[in-house]
Structure formats: structure tokens, C-alpha cells
Write a protein that binds this ligand. Structure first.
Ligand SMILES: [Zn+2]
Ligand SMILES: [Zn+2]
Ligand SMILES: [Zn+2]
Ligand SMILES: [Zn+2]
Length: 350
């Protein structure tokens, strides 16, 4: 496999690794593009009762690796497993910064675990979390991968909470990942956005008519678009994971003629793959949209940027989504368990 990857890389100079990897995966898996509706996790089967041999006790300590998308910011960290807690923060501040349904953190219990030193140029954004209080959010200055959150004060002052989206999957032992699938803390769960567990409505109403506003976490970039009723794609690819810091980002298509920027002081459109670009706020780092080269009339804002109040009002109309799918599930983090929602699960992009 490595050899094939190397061959493809040298035959396709300048093509991002992610694109080459997806091409290879498609070749290997042929037309079998979908997981069954019962698929929950990439470690499915390893924890079935009929396979006790695969279950080893979780190690006491292990070496965790975290890496940003451009590869400049990295950390390797020897961690004591007893101090680790996987948390999901649904507070609006964390959700909007990561433009996701919840922020995914690995609370490391440091200083017991020491303090990691990221290589590369790390930006510190002074921000808040409704649970942790005042925090510094650490991002790669170049690619805006979300790396970690460090509270400034209170009981957890100085504790490093690594953003799970940038943790390298193969540095988490399977036994630990299996435990984290079900063993995690939820913070401010009442603030979960309605689109995260949405099911498609049975109505065949396809005309988008309701306007929604969205904004980055600092508010310097905002938009308005006709989005509802609409389609929602929960994407678990590496880029969505790293640039959000969380487990997935949800994308909702809008026609460009019905999308407009209200504020764009710090907005930048950056090429993130060989086939698409993303709008992000250079002040706070929130990733706001995807624009695909092959869809010049369409723009995909991240549901994580949507205005919560407006969304709550819209959801009462019960006709929000006509298609909801999970995509790029082949890149899902092994510690994540998909909800038992029976929605379609594509292995790669939709
Ligand atoms: Zn980077
Ligand atoms: Zn929070
Ligand atoms: Zn911003
Ligand atoms: Zn993605």
C-alpha cells in the first residue's frame, strides 16, 4: 500500500495527499461505496462478544500524536491513561469556533501529564468556553487546524485539552478508542444544535425558501442564505476534522444567487484540496464554507456557523431537511460511534 501511495505521489506532483488517498481507497474498494445502515464505527467487530481475543486491557500509558493539516504543528506526548477524559462541549462558544455540532476535547489532566510543546507557528486566540471560562485556543497559524484549548483560570487552569480532530488515529490504542466510544463527558448538552440529530422529513417540498444567518465565532464574518428546507451532509474527512478540531463538520448546500456575505472584514478563501476551497475567518480561525471547483453555482456553509436562535425558530416548522447523510465515514475517528440513526453512510464523499 505504501509503495502504491509513493508511486501515485511521484506520478502526480502537487496533488494533495488527501486526494491521492481517496483515489486509492476508491480503487481498492471498487463500487462498494456505502456502509450498511447498521455501521456504527471503524472498530465495529473488535468489541463483539464473540471475539473476546481481540479485547486486551487498555494500556496504562501511551504515546499520543497530534498534527495539523499542513504538517508544521506537531506534538508527541507520553500520556498517563488514568488522567485522560474525552469531553464534548456543546456550549455555543466552542461549537461556533469549531463550526461543528460539539467541540471534541481530550482533557489531559496536565500538569500531571506535563505540558506538550507544539512545533511550528501556533496562534493563541483569547476566547471563552461557557464551561471552562476564559481560555486560550491554539491553532496552526498557517492552516488554521484547531490544536488545543487551555483554560486561563479556575480549577482547570493550565490543563491542556487537545482538540480530538487533530489527534492521529493510529496513536490511540484500539482498546482505548473502544472505551472512549461510550465513555465520555458531555458539557452543556442542552445546547446541542437541532441539525445534528436531524432526520429527513418525508415531505417532498424541495424549494428552499427560509433565510438563515451564520457567522464565525468572532462575528467579523457573517452571511445570509436560503437554506431551508435543505440537505445536510455530516462529513468525517481529515480536513473537516483537523480544521474544526472536532469529529465532523456538517455542510448544507446553497445556491450562490441566494447566498451573500453580510460582513467579510477578515474573510479569506483558501484552497484546501485539489478540488475545492474553504472560506475562513483569519481573525478567529472559524471555517465557514466549502466551495467546490465542480459546482460554480453552489456554496456549502457549515451548519456549525448557523445562528442558534433563528435555527430554533425554523426547526419548529418540521420541514427542515429532505436529505441527511454521513459522508467520508472511512476517515472517521476510531473512538467515535455513529448514532443508531439508520441514515445512509457513504465511505467517501457524496
Ligand atoms: Zn498547519
Ligand atoms: Zn465550551
Ligand atoms: Zn471570526
Ligand atoms: Zn470533509
Amino acid at each position: 500500500m505504501e509503495e502504491l501511495l509513493a508511486q501515485l505521489r511521484s506520478a502526480n506532483p502537487g496533488v494533495p495527499d488527501e486526494v491521492i488517498w481517496q483515489f486509492l481507497q476508491r480503487r481498492l474498494h471498487g463500487e462498494n461505496r456505502e456502509y450498511p445502515a447498521s455501521f456504527r464505527s471503524l472498530l465495529d467487530g473488535k468489541n463483539r462478544p464473540d471475539e473476546p481475543a481481540s479485547m486486551q486491557p487498555a494500556p496504562e500509558s501511551f504515546q499520543l500524536r497530534s498534527r495539523c493539516h499542513c504538517g508544521k504543528c506537531k506534538v508527541v506526548w507520553d500520556l498517563d491513561a488514568h488522567h485522560l477524559r474525552v469531553t464534548r462541549c456543546y456550549c455555543p462558544a466552542c461549537r461556533h469556533h469549531q463550526a461543528s455540532s460539539f467541540a471534541s476535547y481530550l482533557a489531559t489532566g496536565s500538569p500531571e501529564n506535563g505540558m506538550p510543546q507544539f512545533t511550528g507557528d501556533v496562534t493563541k486566540l483569547q476566547h471563552v468556553c461557557d464551561v471552562l471560562g476564559s481560555v486560550a485556543r491554539l491553532m496552526c497559524s498557517r492552516c488554521f487546524t484547531k490544536l488545543a484549548v487551555v483554560p486561563d483560570s479556575g480549577a482547570r487552569a493550565g490543563e491542556v485539552l487537545l482538540c480530538m480532530g487533530s489527534v492521529e488515529d493510529d496513536s490511540i490504542p484500539d482498546e482505548v478508542a473502544l472505551k472512549w466510544q461510550t465513555c465520555h463527558e458531555d458539557w452543556d448538552h442542552a445546547s446541542e444544535p437541532s441539525w445534528w440529530r436531524a432526520k429527513p422529513a418525508t415531505s417532498m417540498l424541495l424549494r428552499r425558501s427560509q433565510l438563515l444567518k451564520g457567522a464565525c465565532s468572532c462575528g467579523r464574518c457573517s452571511f445570509e442564505a436560503k437554506l431551508l428546507p435543505g440537505e445536510a451532509q455530516h462529513c468525517y474527512c481529515r480536513l473537516c476534522r483537523q480544521m474544526s478540531g472536532s469529529v465532523a463538520q456538517t455542510w448544507v448546500p446553497a445556491e450562490k444567487v441566494h447566498f451573500r456575505w453580510l460582513r467579510s472584514e477578515t474573510l479569506r478563501l483558501v484552497r484546501t484540496t485539489g478540488h475545492g476551497q474553504r472560506h475562513l475567518c483569519t481573525s478567529c480561525g472559524t471555517v465557514m464554507t466549502i466551495v467546490y471547483d465542480s459546482q460554480p453555482d453552489c456554496i456549502w456553509p457549515a451548519a456549525g456557523t448557523f445562528d442558534d436562535t433563528q435555527l430554533a425558530e425554523a426547526s419548529s416548522k418540521d420541514l427542515m431537511w429532505y436529505r441527511v447523510i454521513h459522508i467520508c465515514c472511512a476517515y472517521m475517528q476510531p473512538w467515535y460511534l455513529l448514532p443508531d440513526d439508520r441514515l445512509p453512510r457513504l465511505k467517501y464523499a457524496g
